[in-house]
Ligand binder design. Structure first.
Ligand code: AR6
Length: 179
């Protein structure tokens, strides 16, 4: 599924983010930036140990922010390591933190001439964010950014399983249908 936002495109696909041929892929990291399970583990395995060497020099990253590294053995030139919030019921500033994480990733992509960026569904795995709520925040944030930043040509949102893909398709239709 694809949607045009001005001159930019948002695309939803089912797949593995480590395999994406884009300028930057986003990692759903933790604040240590020293690796973990889920997408984070998969990205570090695919990129090779040099990625961890570079991450060690970054000194971590606060929740709701992101830092950029090279991509090493990945097809993507860069990895943007985003730290989403752990979901604690929704009353602990989670939505703002999640939106900030997406926004920081997009700013880093713009600053580093990454016209094509792939995102996973940050915080919706181990961090427990309800998928539908997280998808709405992600798309609201991405669409608002693309409207002001045509230098980002493509945001590809990569869902690991068909159920997550269907939920995201529904939410993207709702969000864009209201515009
Ligand atoms: N490609 C795309 N999506 C994937 C892949 C993949 N290869 N693997 C998993 N997903 P998670 P979080 C989906 O848990 O919730 C790590 O330990 C997965 O199905 O990776 O932000 C970090 O170090 C889910 O929908 O990230 C942190 O400690 C989504 O990606 C913590 O997990 C995100 O799931 C971060 O938790």
């Amino acid at each position: 599924m694809q949607m045009k936002i001005g001159d930019s495109t948002i695309e939803l696909v089912q797949g593995d983010i480590t395999q994406q041929d884009v300028d930057a892929i986003v990692n759903a990291a933790n604040s240590s930036l020293l690796g973990g399970g889920g997408v984070d583990g998969a990205i570090h395995r695919a990129a090779g140990s040099q990625l961890l060497d570079e991450c060690r020099m970054l000194g971590g990253c606060p929740t709701g922010s992101a830092k950029i590294t090279r991509g090493y053995k990945l097809r993507a030139r860069h990895v943007i390591h985003a730290v989403g919030p752990v979901y604690r019921g929704g009353q602990s500033g989670e939505s703002e933190l999640l939106a900030n994480a997406y926004r920081t990733c997009l700013h880093l992509a713009s600053q580093n001439n990454c016209a094509t960026v792939a995102f996973p569904a940050i915080s919706t795995g181990i961090y427990g964010y309800p998928v539908q709520d997280a998808a709405r925040i992600a798309f609201d944030t991405i669409i608002a950014y693309l409207r002001e930043h045509p230098e980002i040509e493509l945001v590809r949102y990569v869902l690991y399983d068909s159920r997550a893909l269907e939920t995201h398709q529904r939410v993207l239709e709702q969000v864009t249908g209201k515009m």
